[in-house]
Design a protein around this ligand. Sequence first.
Ligand code: FPP
Length: 305
Amino acid sequence: MNTKQSDSATRSAAKTTAVNNVTTLWSHTQDADDKQCQEALLATGNIPRHLAIIMDGNGRWAEQRGQSRVHGHREGIESVRDIVKASSLLGIQYLTLYAFSMENWRRPQAEVNVLMELLLYYLKNEFDELHRNNVRLQTIGKINALPKNVQKQLYESTEAMKDNTGLTLTLALSYSARWDITRAVQMIALDVRRGKLSPEDLTEERFASYLQTHIMPDPDLLIRTSGELRVSNFLLWEIAYAELYITQTLWPDFRRAQLYEALASYNQRERRFGKTSQQLADEKNDETNHQTQPTYVQRLFHAFR
Ligand code: FPP
């Protein structure tokens, strides 16, 4: 057995043990109040399928406490852990976190190094728990710009978790929406040149299939912490119809209670997708009538009973 095989054997043995020992699953660490909050949200039947978050305010959080920015990033990891757990427990299918933008490379080298170290720490430290809880980890962004050790860890973690069927956790790393769109246009141009695609066949759906995000549905809700009113080059194509939720809370203070507030706000929104409120109400009525009216086959079945 080579190192990789033995590594994967150890992981799968660990997973089996962990699954048998259910006390190590997130669901078994959830307290009654939290369960109640989640049940109330779930009862609305309106939980976003895809939640995207711009995590902002780590630096300010630390500065307000007279600490170095590193403390803010470190505390930010605790928020990541809590939001991942809460999202998974709520049955949110996709959670995408803006962890490092392409523009973040412009920060002082020392801060970039710390962020990369924290990312590595998170990946190593959380691997077992994420995997055990059926999370599928994936990335978007220019991954080959990251340090080699981070790339290696990302590759190993995403490979190991690729068949998991629970929450899909996507980390946007060295990510830029304009970069992804430009990359898509380059690939489309190449396909046109090779005769694989004709310009007339380029629909919105076809275009989106060239984006790195083709692996997930568009976000339903975009949260930005720390109060800035901008989208900072995040998922520009994909958030066309996302509901926006901006909170003053700084990322290290954004935990599941704050997430529930955001979800409650989302629940109040009327997502019209260009239609009128009246049209939506009519559609809902039609749907209800359709559900309560017996179908032709059901009526026939009754007639012959
Ligand atoms: C923005 O705060 C946050 C970041 C640039 C990085 C986010 C990273 C983490 C939460 C930790 C590592 C992430 C993972 C997924 C393990 P800021 O520094 O821009 O804050 P400021 O606007 O107050 O200066």
